[in-house]
Design a binder for this molecule. Structure first.
Ligand SMILES: C[S@@+](CC[C@H](N)C(=O)[O-])C[C@H]1O[C@@H](n2cnc3c(N)ncnc32)[C@H](O)[C@@H]1O
Ligand code: SF4
Ligand code: SF4
Length: 307
């Protein structure tokens, strides 16, 4: 008989390669002190990686897997086998490689960070055009759900509405989720706000835009509210992502668990990760989740959480 899971982590994210086609200015993977070097051992054959992943599935009771990297589409072989292991799968990709059809239940998250000029300043020259070409030439049999993830930072904060218009006009993406830059400890990238209070202004701007584009902006207003300076620290001090989500990075020898899904060098006090506040909201309406949750899992609706 199976023993009960000691550490239940139904949501997991995994880096399946340390290789990438881009070198983005904001990327938390390629920071000093965080595992990100491709080696012969960690870029393992697909069958071996799947075997490893199955062990984690059993140990932590994973239901939703978020596939990342590096660039996960560099390991199509792993994705093809891997998405069959879990009932819910999200693939977060930089969109520079052609997408593949892995079925209608797959959530594809395409990372773009602003209108062409701004995006390319952050993600590299020529990136925007390459991604748009792939999005507008999907395989004929493509059936997945297409969303965009945009990381708001000091570099692109003024261009959010222009970006929404571009996505609507030029891509088949059905909506965009905004997340906010997660800085490292001594962040001198110029991407980070000095304080949470300074960040409040742009959160307010996203809330106003949500009124104008209610369906296209996927962020929930109440979750955005939790990100304001008066609420944020209470949540990040007991980070639900760190405490309840499993993160697997590729160390030199194989999978290892970092400090949190944003790696080993992070400043929690200024963390703007959407997932943190979203999970905090979900936990408010699902008391005891994940260990002692009773009843069916409730999702966030515009009226289901109070703050
Ligand atoms: C690390 S990437 C890996 C997958 C893929 N290469 C991509 O760019 O989508 C996953 C997501 O994290 C976002 N990201 C990278 N650095 C970040 C940071 N410092 N703060 C918040 N999000 C970040 C990326 O823009 C992307 O949407
Ligand atoms: S494409 Fe993704 S993994 Fe690669 S550098 Fe950019 S954010 Fe990082
Ligand atoms: S950086 Fe963000 S996601 Fe990571 S532990 Fe800190 S608050 Fe949580």
């Amino acid at each position: 008989m199976e023993t009960l899971n000691k550490e239940l982590r139904p949501i997991a994210m995994i880096n399946i390669t340390n290789r990438c086609t881009l070198k983005c200015k904001h990327c938390f993977i390629y920071r000093e002190g965080t595992p990100h070097t491709p080696t012969k051992k960690n870029e393992m054959p697909a069958e071996q990686m799947i075997k490893e992943i199955k062990k984690y599935r059993r140990k932590f009771g994973i239901v939703r897997m978020v596939w990342m990297g590096g660039e996960p589409l560099l390991r199509k072989d792993v994705l093809e086998l891997g998405v069959k292991l879990f009932p819910q799968n999200t693939i977060t990709t930089n969109g520079t490689l052609p997408l593949i059809n892995l079925g209608p239940k797959i959530k594809w998250v395409i990372s773009l960070d602003g209108p062409e000029e701004i995006n390319d300043e952050i993600r590299g020259k020529g990136c925007f055009k390459k991604v748009l070409k792939n999005l507008n030439n999907l395989p004929e049999d493509f059936t997945g759900d297409l969303q965009c993830n945009c990381v708001i930072s000091k570099k692109n904060e003024e261009f959010i509405e222009e970006f929404i218009e571009d996505l609507q006009k030029e891509t088949p993406i059905r909506g965009v989720n905004f997340t906010f830059y997660v800085p490292k400890k001594k962040d001198r990238t110029g991407l980070c706000w000095e304080s949470l209070e300074e960040r409040d202004l742009i959160i307010k701007n996203v809330m106003n835009l949500k009124k104008k584009y209610p369906n296209f902006i996927l962020n929930n207003l109440m979750v955005l509210n939790l990100m304001f300076s008066q609420n944020a620290l209470e949540i990040t001090n007991k980070c639900p992502v760190k405490n309840h989500m499993l993160s697997l990075y590729l160390g030199n020898e194989g999978f290892e668990r970092p400090f949190c899904c944003y790696g080993n060098d992070v400043n929690c006090d200024l963390c703007g990760a959407w997932a943190v506040f979203h999970l905090a909201a979900l936990m408010k309406i699902n008391p005891g989740w994940p260990e002692n949750a009773i009843g069916p899992f409730k999702k966030i609706t515009p009226t289901s959480i109070s703050i």
